[in-house]
Design a protein around this ligand. Structure first.
Ligand SMILES: Nc1ncnc2c1ncn2[C@@H]1O[C@H](COP(=O)(O)OP(=O)(O)OP(=O)(O)O)[C@@H](O)[C@H]1O
Length: 256
């Protein structure tokens, strides 16, 4: 029973990796390890899959330390057990976001600084890919956040090449829901290290999480339908770009 679940979970990750060509022979893959359930599950599953696929890749876990207290020993121990090198990148992100800039909306700045720090660390370590623990719920929440707060249809892609750092971002758990990741973490007793971020749990993203859960309680296929929509988007089903001439500004045939 336990093994068939594991097989199923690994199968979903392998499928996303194959469908989007995430890893090639010889890749040196950084794994963003925050201590949360998603990235702990990601590192665990990438270690397991590595033993089963013909493609050879290195793994290296990176924790971007914002400067507030954190149980680093658990993260380091988790990597040591799996023989994965671990880098604890100490930064002053917490200080900059909360004391220097006193941001009203700190999450965006924090995420930006964290992204820069992890990319630079990965590049300095000679790694060419960066795996993040985003899953299907994250992709849906990002889509709804963009739609509701900025009026745009957009979300992150399974694979993104970043020009500036030359690193390719990959999201191997993009076919899996958050609940499934949670079950996986519980079943295999993976440790989770609590973040001491002062705004933990009271963000706009939390509102989106509630909205997604409400919709998927009401429409059980909601998340899988969203995945299908992401995979099969046909721009011709949307409005075309506005190419017409503005007749209010004295176009042909108009009396000025
Ligand atoms: N401090 C960090 N150091 C390294 N990687 C990080 C850090 N914070 C986040 N990440 C990476 O970015 C991904 C998405 O981050 P996000 O803040 O959305 O966390 P999350 O969805 O709660 O995931 P997790 O459960 O892994 O914390 C994480 O899964 C992880 O791979």
């Amino acid at each position: 029973m336990k093994d068939s679940y594991l097989k199923w979970f690994k199968g979903k990750v392998k499928k996303a990796m194959t469908d989007y060509n995430m890893i090639s022979d010889g890749d040196r893959v950084a794994v963003g390890l925050s201590g949360g359930k998603d990235s702990m599950a990601l590192l665990h599953v990438l270690c397991l899959i590595r033993r089963e696929v013909p493609v050879r890749y290195d793994l290296h876990a990176i924790f971007v330390n914002p400067g507030w207290p954190m149980d680093i020993d658990t993260l380091a121990g988790f990597c040591r057990q799996r023989d994965i090198p671990f880098t604890n990148k100490l930064t002053d992100i917490g200080e900059v976001v909360f004391n220097e800039r006193k941001e009203k909306n700190p999450c965006a700045l924090c995420a930006n600084l964290r992204r820069g720090a992890i990319n630079n660390t990965a590049r300095d370590l000679g790694l060419n890919k960066l795996a993040l623990g985003h899953h299907l719920d994250d992709a849906i929440e990002t889509f709804l956040m963009s739609l509701i707060f900025t009026g745009q249809f957009r979300t992150f892609a399974p694979v993104t090449y970043m020009d500036r750092s030359g690193i390719t971002l990959i999201r191997p758990m993009v076919y899996i829901t958050g609940k499934t990741v949670e079950t996986f973490v519980q079943r295999y007793n993976l440790p989770v290290v609590k973040s001491l971020c002062p705004v933990n749990g009271i963000t706009k993203r939390e509102e989106m999480k509630e909205l997604v859960e409400m919709l998927s309680d009401r429409y059980p296929e909601f998340k899988t339908r969203f995945l299908t929509a992401f995979q099969t988007l046909d721009p011709s089903n949307l409005w075309p770009p506005m190419t017409g001439r503005d007749w209010r500004r004295g176009g042909a045939g108009e009396k000025n």
